[in-house]
Design a protein around this ligand. Structure first.
Ligand code: ADP
Ligand code: ZN
Length: 719
């Protein structure tokens, strides 16, 4: 009796063995149905030798092989790799690849065909139906009814009379093939040179990683589209990861302009039917290009020829829930396992990627100027100590003047503040009480238009209170600090004639709203855009010439390892929205510390020098990317329970050459959704792998029910 390992989509740490009935064709990668605890579960036949620990008589048989495409070997290897790197159970990782499979075979669409069994009366209407079917190939019901000008009742009656019969429709690929030779823009010499190198990398059909960097507006997208075109010519599949697909309407339009058709899109908001069809098409190799969010990495693309990660510096590539992984890094692994090139794209590459270039692991191609002679915007600081806004306001006179002048010239301006809502803190002026989330160590953010306070961590809301809940005073609650809603209120007073548009995740729910907003800006229906980090994405707004950063110091607070790097990247990206066409742009940074290295780098436009300085600060202490980090996050129902396990982990902490443990310490978000949280941080030299140390460490401490220890390898968030 043959036995095979089957990986099940649950948090098991290894596949289970099943026996194979004679009549089943069970090969690695096949999607099967197997018994599990008196139920049946979907699973995937895995690689490797079965585990002979259990005698074959005690094993259950595979129930069925499902009519689904196999999971390709490169994807199975990738799943194992991600699991071992992140310490997530392989079954949980595989569940991400399998999420869309259900047990039904995919419904084959049916149409109508002429049947020769009928001898019923043929009315003129019926004759029109028969004429429409004369070619012999089946036609779908609605189309047939339209062609013949009849109702569905006529078709039904004809079927009953035996004049026509249902027939399967020939399978048609769901996604039209993008045309690599569709006329695209002609590239400048610098662009063409970069494109040539990327095309060669794709043609080589080998693993390589290239960083494509270049100033904002230099045409990086057009350049890597040439690599996508080469992948199409090779007949392989290209995968493009974007940090937020809902904010990518302009990207999709450009793709269609370049290749004549839309690509297959993959993200978590797809409807379930669309998901199933896309998954299946991907598995059958019928999606020449897939663009998606990080989860697209787990699509069963059988012949991957190129992986592109656009805006590679974006923290949105880090998945923080469930399997905790960084899609940028895993994209490189996926490419390697598929013997395909990877291209990482950014105007502000991460220090991780720069270090890989420096170490010779990645190649680099740089575009040094903006396309079509557009110049980079001039960046200036507004020192808020010299030019304070009027009391209770947040826009300084120089910024307000600049906005007014820009709008007056018929150009567009943008105000950026990375904070949703009206005010981040509500304070009682009588007793000093602060409105806090009952479930989290966090203040409640006022959303004035909705008349409520909201926790941005757990979503808890409560109506705005007329009285202080602590001292009962009336009219004593004051909004402290601004969010975009408050800036919008101020802007409406300052610029009464201006047409305002707010861009924040809660004002633009979903891809359609974001696309409509982008279109309104491009078509000059808007004078002033006010937005959160959404506005920093790769938008191209040709008439936008001024960007004002309301609080340039905002991201620097807190001791986060990457606070400075992230602030430079974010503000440089926001500023990069200005002056992308003929008229030059200006960026104004409101700051209390214009002498801060971050501000100086932005003003000088010398991000490279800043990153070199940042590297110099991280290198000696073995901070990433010059060392490795992993976090353990302990969470429990009570502070005591969390402390107990945190303490036990602290006592069991690994030690050794090039190994350091920091903590335990309360997490900055010490309580989240009612769970008490503690953190430990493992830091190692770069040549020391953290996974074996972590496995060993975790095995030495028993975690009771109700307490969790989550592992975050290469943490991005330190909350
Ligand atoms: P980046 O991604 O580097 O910020 P984009 O790829 O968005 O730059 O290019 C900026 C703008 O310039 C886009 O509207 C793009 O279509 C246009 N563009 C870039 N290169 C060319 C070219 N060779 N011909 C015509 N338009 C171009
Ligand atoms: Zn909360």
């Amino acid at each position: 009796m043959r036995r095979v390992p089957v990986l099940l989509p649950y948090p098991f740490d290894r596949p289970f063995d099943y026996v194979v009935p004679e009549d089943l064709d069970v090969r690695p990668g096949a999607v099967v149905l197997v018994p599990l605890n008196r139920r049946e579960s979907v699973g995937v036949v895995w690689d490797g030798a079965p585990d002979d620990a259990i005698p074959v008589e005690r094993l259950k048989p595979v129930s069925a092989v499902l009519d689904q495409p196999d999971l390709p070997q490169a994807l199975r290897q990738f799943i194992d790799w991600v699991a071992q790197y992140t310490l997530a159970p392989p079954g949980d990782v595989m569940a991400m690849a399998l999420r869309v499979i259900d047990r039904r075979p995919l419904d084959q669409p049916t149409g109508w065909q002429i049947a020769d069994t009928g001898s019923a009366r043929v009315t003129p209407a019926r004759q029109r139906v028969l004429d429409a079917l004369a070619s012999g190939s089946p036609v779908a019901g609605p189309a047939l009814a339209r062609m013949a000008g009849v109702g569905s009742g006529v078709l039904k009656a004809m079927a009953e009379a035996g004049l026509i019969a249902a027939a399967p429709m020939p399978a048609r690929p769901m996604f039209a093939s993008p045309d690599p030779d569709h006329p695209g823009p002609s590239l400048s010499d610098a662009q063409a040179e970069a494109a040539r190198e990327l095309v060669e990398a794709v043609a080589a059909r080998r693993f390589s990683v290239t960083l494509l960097d270049g100033v904002t507006g230099s045409g990086k997208t057009e350049v890597y589209f040439d690599a996508v075109a080469e992948s199409l010519r090779q007949g392989r599949q290209a995968l493009v990861l974007l940090p937020e697909i809902a904010l990518s309407s302009q990207w999709l339009e450009r793709f269609e302009r370049r290749f004549g058709v839309a690509p297959a899109v993959w993200h978590s908001d797809l409807g379930s039917r669309q998901r199933r069809l896309t998954w299946r098409s991907a598995a059958l190799g019928e999606t020449p290009v897939v663009v998606g969010a990080r989860s697209a990495l787990f699509l069963p693309l059988p012949d991957l020829g190129l992986v592109v990660v656009d805006e590679e510096h974006e923290t949105a590539f880090k998945q923080e829930e469930g399997v905790v992984y960084n899609a940028r890094d895993m994209a490189v692994v996926r490419a390697r396992l598929s013997a395909a090139p990877a291209i990482l794209v950014s105007a502000t590459p991460s220090l991780e990627t720069l270090a890989n270039v420096e170490a010779g692991r990645y190649r680099r191609r740089t575009l040094r100027s903006r396309h079509a002679g557009a110049v980079l915007p001039e960046v200036r600081a507004i020192d808020m100590r010299d030019a304070p806004p009027p009391r209770g306001s947040f826009l300084s006179p120089p910024l307000a003047d600049a906005v007014r002048e820009t709008i007056g010239r018929g150009e567009q301006a943008m105000l950026f503040l990375n904070r949703r809502g009206y005010a981040p803190l509500t304070l009682c002026r009588s007793c000093g009480h602060r409105m806090q989330c009952p479930n989290c160590t966090a203040w409640l953010v006022e959303h004035r238009a909705r008349r409520h306070l909201q926790c941005h961590h757990c979503g808890h809301t409560m109506p705005t209170a007329p009285l202080c809940p602590s001292c009962g005073a009336a009219h004593s609650l004051a909004a402290v600090g601004p969010g975009v809603e408050r800036i919008t209120e101020e802007a409406a007073l300052l610029f009464p004639e201006a047409r305002l548009l707010v861009m924040a995740s809660d004002t633009l729910p979903g891809p359609h709203a974001a696309a409509a907003a982008a279109r309104a800006i491009t078509e000059r229906e808007v004078d002033l855009v006010i937005g959160t980090q959404i506005v920093a994405k790769g938008w191209h707004f040709p008439h936008l010439t001024l960007v004002g950063v309301v609080d340039a110091d905002l991201g620097l607070a807190g001791g986060d390892l990457r606070a400075a790097e992230r602030t430079v990247q974010l503000l440089h990206q926001v500023g990069g929205r200005a002056g992308r066409a003929e008229t030059p742009g200006t960026v104004l940074l409101q700051t209390f510390s214009p002498e801060h290295p971050v501000m100086e780098a932005l003003i000088a436009g010398d991000i490279a020098a800043f990153m070199a300085r940042e590297a110099g600060e991280r290198r000696p202490g073995h901070w990433p990317p010059y060392g490795r980090l992993a976090a353990l996050i302990i969470s429990a129902d009570s502070g005591g329970a969390a402390d107990m396990i945190a303490g036990a982990l602290g006592r069991a902490a690994p030690s050794g050459e090039g190994v350091w443990v920091l903590g335990p310490a309360p997490a900055p978000l010490a309580i989240l959704r009612g769970r008490h949280r503690r953190r430990l941080l493992l830091k190692t030299r770069r040549d020391v792998a953290v996974q074996p140390i972590l496995r060993d460490w975790l095995a030495r401490v028993d975690v009771p029910r109700g307490t969790r220890v989550d592992v975050d390898v290469d943490p991005v968030s330190f909350l």
